[in-house]
Design a protein around this ligand. Structure first.
Ligand code: PLP
Length: 458
C-alpha cells in the first residue's frame, strides 16, 4: 500500500464504504492523474472511466483550456461573492449563456456549489413562493422512490433511496414519495406506455388528494433518473404528471444535475423527456466537474411572485452562499461550455449514446440474469435480476450481485457503478468517448457479469 493510501485509510472519512471496505483494506482505487476517459492510479495502472467520475466529466479529463481558465481567473480575481448587491463578471456572462440554452420561460439563475444545495434552494423557493401567495400550508414536496436529489438534511430525504435515510431520521416530515416508472419493478405485465403513465399519474393524484392539495407545494423529478438506476420515463409520463400538478397548483422541479448540459443528447433533459418544469437544478456538467458549481433556474411564473409586491413583507429573499457566483468556478464553466459548443459534444453524446445502448442490448442479450438494458443518450444501465416462472425477482441484497460485477470490472480496468441498494450497473462516460472505448467497457462488464452469473449457478 502506498503512503498516501495509508494516509487516506487512516484519516479520510469515506462514509459510503466505511463498513464494507474502508476500515478493512482502504480505498479500492486511488486516482492520481487523468486524460480523456482514462484515470491513472498511484501504482501507474490505467482505468477506463465509463462513469465520467460521478456522471459529470462530460468533456473528459485533462483539458488544458479549462485548467488555464481556472488559473487565469484565480490570478485576476480569485474570489468574490455575488448573492447580495455585489456581483462578479464571469457569473453574469455564465448566467446569460445558461438562460440562452434553457427551455423557454426561464430568466434568472442562482449559483451555488453542489447539486444538493441547488435542490435545497428549490425547496426554499417553493416555500417562499407559497408564503408570498398566502398559501403557507403548501409546503410538502413529493419526490420519487429511487430518485437522487442530494444528501443534505432536506435533499437526503427527497432522495428516494432508503439506504440514505437510515440512521438520520430522514426524510423530513414534509416529504413524500411516489413510485418510479421502472420497467421491471413497477410496470404491470402487459401495460403499455400510456397505461403505465396514466397509472403513475393517478398514484400521484391519489397521494395529493390524500395529503390535501392545499398542503402540497412541489413535485421533483430527474428527466432520466441517474443514481436510482438510469430510469427512462415512458412516453407520455411527464405530460400526464404535469396535468395532475396543474390541477392542484403544484410546482414541477426538474433536477437536471446529471441530464443538464448534454448528457441526453440535448442541452437540457426536460424538453427531451416531455417535462415542462417551473424550476430547474443544474450542477455536474456545467463545469464537467472541474470546479464545484450548481445553478437554480427560476421560471417566470415563480420569479414574478417572489420578486413581486407581495414579497415586500419578507424584506429580502434571505438566501445565498459564500461561494454564490464564485468567479473561478464560473470561469471553468465558461471554458467548459466553449468546448462543448465548439466540439459539437451534445450531438456527439447523442451519437455515442445510441452506440452504447445498441452495444449493451447486443452484448447482454444472452445472459439469463439480465432483466433489461436501457438508456437514453450517454446514460445507460443493465438491470440484473433472478428469472423465475412468475417473472423477475430481485436477488437477495446479501448476494451483492451489482457490486460484485462492478468490482470485477474494476479489477479488469473499467469503472462502472452499481445502484446504491440494487442490482443495476450504470454507464455514463465522457461525451468524448470513442466506439472502441465503449466496446471495451461493455465487453469488460459483460465478462464480469458472466462470471458472477456462473458463480450464482454453482
Ligand atoms: N441531483 C442529482 C440528479 C444527482 O445525480 C446528484 C448527485 O449525484 C445530486 C442532485 C446531488 O449533487 P451533489 O452530490 O453535487 O450534492
Amino acid at each position: 500500500m502506498s503512503g498516501t493510501r495509508d494516509l487516506d485509510r487512516r484519516y479520510v472519512f469515506h462514509p459510503f464504504s466505511m463498513a464494507q471496505t474502508h476500515e478493512q483494506g482502504g480505498a479500492q482505487m486511488m486516482a492520481r492523474s487523468a486524460e480523456g476517459c482514462w484515470i491513472t492510479d498511484d501504482d501507474g495502472r490505467r482505468y477506463l472511466d465509463a462513469m465520467a467520475g460521478l456522471w459529470c466529466v462530460n468533456v473528459g479529463y485533462g483539458r488544458e483550456r479549462i485548467a488555464d481558465a481556472l488559473a487565469d481567473q484565480a490570478r485576476q480575481l480569485s474570489y468574490f461573492h455575488g448573492f447580495s448587491s455585489m456581483a462578479t463578471e464571469p457569473a453574469a456572462i455564465l448566467a446569460q449563456r445558461v438562460i440562452d440554452k434553457a427551455p423557454d420561460g426561464f430568466s434568472k439563475v442562482f449559483f451555488g456549489a453542489s447539486g444538493s444545495d441547488a435542490n435545497d434552494t428549490q425547496a426554499k423557493l417553493v416555500w417562499y413562493y407559497n408564503n408570498v401567495r398566502g398559501k403557507p400550508e403548501k409546503k410538502k414536496i413529493i419526490a420519487r422512490d429511487r430518485g437522487y436529489h442530494g444528501v443534505s438534511v432536506m435533499t437526503g430525504g427527497l432522495t428516494g433511496l432508503p439506504g440514505l435515510h437510515a440512521g438520520f431520521d430522514l426524510p423530513l416530515p414534509m416529504i413524500r414519495h411516489v413510485s418510479a416508472p421502472h420497467n421491471i419493478w413497477t410496470r404491470h405485465a402487459g401495460e403499455d406506455d400510456a397505461a403505465f403513465s396514466a397509472r403513475l399519474a393517478q398514484e400521484l393524484e391519489d397521494l395529493i388528494l390524500a395529503e390535501g392539495p392545499e398542503t402540497v407545494g412541489a413535485f421533483i423529478a430527474e428527466p432520466v433518473m441517474g443514481a436510482g438506476g438510469v430510469i427512462v420515463p415512458p412516453e407520455g409520463y411527464f405530460p400526464a404528471i404535469r396535468q395532475v400538478l396543474d390541477r392542484y397548483d403544484v410546482l414541477l422541479i426538474a433536477d437536471e444535475v446529471i441530464c443538464g448540459f448534454g448528457r441526453l443528447g440535448h442541452w437540457f433533459g426536460s424538453p427531451a423527456t416531455g417535462m415542462t418544469p417551473d424550476l430547474i437544478s443544474v450542477a455536474k456538467g456545467i463545469t464537467s466537474g472541474y470546479a464545484p458549481l450548481s445553478g437554480v433556474l427560476v421560471g417566470d411564473k415563480v420569479w414574478q411572485v417572489i420578486s413581486g409586491a407581495g414579497a415586500a413583507k419578507y424584506g429580502v429573499f434571505g438566501h445565498g452562499y459564500t461561494y454564490t457566483a464564485h468567479p473561478v468556478m464560473a470561469a471553468a464553466a465558461l471554458a467548459n461550455l466553449d468546448i462543448v459548443e465548439e466540439e459539437g459534444l451534445v450531438a456527439r453524446a447523442a451519437e455515442m449514446g445510441a452506440y452504447l445502448n445498441t452495444a449493451l442490448a447486443r452484448a447482454f442479450d444472452d445472459l439469463p440474469i439480465v432483466a433489461e438494458t436501457r438508456g437514453k443518450g450517454l446514460m445507460a444501465a443493465v438491470e440484473f435480476a433472478r428469472p423465475t416462472a412468475e417473472g423477475w425477482q430481485r436477488f437477495d441484497a446479501a448476494q451483492t450481485v451489482g457490486p460484485r460485477i462492478v468490482r470485477a470490472a474494476l479489477e479488469d480496468g473499467v469503472i462502472v457503478r452499481a445502484l446504491p441498494n440494487g442490482d443495476a450497473v450504470s454507464f455514463s462516460p465522457p461525451f468524448t468517448v470513442t466506439p472502441e472505448e465503449i466496446d471495451l467497457a461493455v465487453s469488460t462488464v459483460r465478462k464480469a457479469a458472466g462470471a458472477v452469473c456462473d458463480a450464482l449457478r454453482a
